[in-house]
Design a protein. Structure first.
Length: 193
């Protein structure tokens, strides 16, 4: 999947005009890219469009218009665009109550290393977590992690031929797995070259 460049972005003025329509399109697109795993965790699979939206929003919020600063934003978000043989996802532990969240993040330390996807007929692929920076301390994990799932050509070929897809988490304090629904599976298949 092609990375974003400055030429792919709207100016602040253009984005101000286009934002309501663009935002609605992206939010609809994201609906087919979210995968809840149990009651507390979800994978939000990223792609070029979701990252363009993130960059545009950062430029808008921070009022960034200088070339060097735009390049910094692109350098931060482009690594989250799939490379054609993998999926990249934002993994979130979603606990609304602050005190319960604090407690759960302590007991779920290391959970990001226990997230997996499995193509029917193959062993699970465990996520490579947080390549940009460590998001875990000695005491707790973070509520947000960035994951990469490297599939390889055999799994990609099997998916293209209709193999089923599962995902799960095998942490001692949180063990859940789900069948990936066909709409999400199809959206993820589009990320693979």
């Amino acid at each position: 999947m092609r990375k974003l460049s400055r030429e792919d972005l709207y100016s602040l003025e253009e984005y101000a005009e286009l934002r309501p329509e663009f935002r609605a399109r992206v939010l609809e697109h994201k609906k087919q890219r979210v995968l809840p795993i149990g009651p507390l965790a979800s994978l939000y699979f990223e792609d070029r469009l979701t990252m363009q939206y993130q960059v545009q929003e950062m430029l808008r919020i921070e009022r960034i218009f200088e070339a060097e600063a735009i390049e910094e934003e692109l350098a931060a978000y482009n690594p989250l665009i799939p490379d054609g043989s993998n999926w990249k996802a934002t993994f979130m532990i979603e606990v609304p109550d602050a005190e319960e969240r604090r407690r759960r993040l302590i007991e779920l330390r290391g959970i990001e290393r226990h997230v997996w996807v499995q193509v029917e007929g193959f062993d699970p692929v465990h996520a490579i977590a947080n390549e940009d920076l460590e998001r875990e301390t000695e005491d707790k994990t973070s509520a947000v992690h960035f994951l990469r799932f490297e599939l390889g050509p055999e799994r990609v070929a099997a998916l293209r031929q209709g193999a089923a897809l599962r995902a799960g988490i095998g942490h001692p304090a949180y063990t859940h797995q789900v069948d990936v629904d066909p709409e999400v599976r199809e959206a993820l298949l589009a990320d693979l070259d």
